[in-house]
Design a protein around this ligand. Sequence first.
Ligand code: SF4
Length: 273
Amino acid sequence: MSPSLLRLSQGQLNLLAACPRRFQHVHLDQLASPVSSEQQENMAWGNRFHLLMQQHELGLPLTELELASEADLFDVVQSFIAAAPELFAFRPAAFRPAAFRQSEHRRSLELQGYLLTVVYDLVILDAEHAQILDWKTYAKPQNQHWLAQDWQTRLYRFVLAETSRYLPEQLSMTYWFVRSSQPGAIALQPQSLRFAYSAAEHERTRQDLTQLLNQLTAWIDGYTTGTEFPRTEELRGTCNLCQFEPRCQWDIYSSSNPLSAWSDMTDIAEVAI
Ligand code: SF4
């Protein structure tokens, strides 16, 4: 596989950083990950929420059928819009001249032979500032440090800085958390978390990205000649939470045929990541 053909999203960078072997299993071995019915339900809810937000942004009213069948979801959208009026009072008169806003805004950046791709839930660009907005259909996390280090936060601001005329200090990324962590429960008040940006952070991200992508190139080269990507999660003792554990356990602990362990997983309904 030529690295020049490989598109990378923030999700793939997170996977790669967490465990290169897991990245290999998903993206090179193309082994699908089992997803629970609860996860599927949450993903479907999140997808519909994003579509409704996009629909609202385009000024398209919901049909009666949608209103009837998705009343709960519609209520969440409405309470979110009410909680952040500054984001949605976007009629031309309310905004500075030359403001640009778009939902599902896509950008790509070539770096180290890879195509880094981002999709912003909403961008608002004006003469002075560039805002990236992202909707999260779970509760605001208690520990916010991990989100600052998450590749979505880092890559989204990096790509916008690299593909626009804005200085890093003019950029920000804001997450809006619209749903409670309790299954089926709805957060009474959506909450936000804003990450500013700086030239120093931009350069740190460039260095970290360059290092990670160089590693990926070396791992792909090794893979084409039969060397598997390295495992890292086993060192942190979290492999028992990974769906690929049976496969990894085979060559960690056993010289027996792995298929006996791996075959247990083939009975589980799978969907692609
Ligand atoms: S079992 Fe551990 S080492 Fe193997 S893919 Fe999963 S996290 Fe990585």
